[in-house]
Design a protein around this ligand. Structure first.
Ligand code: 5GP
Length: 217
């Protein structure tokens, strides 16, 4: 530590809970991945889900894949901060990593839907910042879902139907971005995170820092 600086400056800030929601195909997963790569102060929340694993997905990395009984046990044991039915399967956020991240003063990123966002907001609103990502148009969303080539026509049609209902929740979010250009959208997310980290209320050491600052000869 630099001895010329007041000691309070070294105090850790409160960790931030960053929620990214969007209809599938709007770019949320890519933006999350890029953000995690460039900002080592953020860890990803790994959700539990009852949906089957897709090719290339790794258990405990992309999701904790559990069966219905396993998911019910997580609920009954109070281990989930939120959970919801999405696309006919259950998805939920484990509590323990959130507590650990907040305690360590690090930030945690959630890729969850509007139902989960509402629940987290009710429980930990002051530490949470929510971002909704919109596609530039429904035609572009449809094009991106086809370009992924991971789903068949029926699944894509279903995702398009559900996109409209997910988009209906845009106004419940703190920030709303239109993902016309991935790089620009990432820059906007980075700007939001940078500003939210600097919020006075997230810097508990400031009172002591300023006191020391003005009291020093
Ligand atoms: P996918 O099956 O394509 O990975 O995810 C489907 C949807 O479930 C996405 O919109 C994603 O944001 C949402 N989701 C993933 N994990 C959770 C979770 O833990 N809780 C909630 N509420 N939604 C989740």
């Amino acid at each position: 530590m630099d001895p010329s600086k007041p000691a309070a400056l070294s105090r850790r800030r409160r960790g931030l809970l960053i929620v990214l929601s969007s209809p599938s195909g709007a770019g949320k997963t890519t933006i999350s991945r890029m953000l995690l790569e460039i900002d080592r102060g953020i860890t990803m929340s790994v959700s539990a889900t009852t949906r089957p694993k897709r090719p290339g997905e790794v258990d405990d990395v992309h999701y904790h894949f559990v069966d219905d009984a396993g998911f019910k046990a997580l609920i009954d044991d109070g281990e989930l901060a939120e959970w919801a039915y999405v696309f006919d399967h259950r998805y939920g956020t484990p509590k323990a990593p959130i507590k650990a991240a907040l305690k360590a003063g690090s930030d945690i990123l959630f890729d969850i839907d509007w139902q989960g966002t509402q629940q987290l907001e009710a429980g930990m609103g002051e530490d949470l910042v929510s971002i909704f990502i919109l596609p530039p148009s429904m035609a572009e969303l449809d094009r991106r879902l086809h370009a992924r080539a991971t789903d068949n026509e029926d699944v894509i049609a279903d995702r398009m139907r559900r996109a409209a209902s997910e988009i209906g929740h845009w106004a419940e979010y703190d920030y709303v971005l239109i993902n016309e250009d991935m790089e620009r959208c990432l820059e906007e997310v980075k700007a939001i995170v940078a500003a939210e980290r600097l919020k006075r209320t997230r810097q508990p050491g400031l009172v002591a820092f300023v006191r020391e600052l003005v009291e020093r000869p």
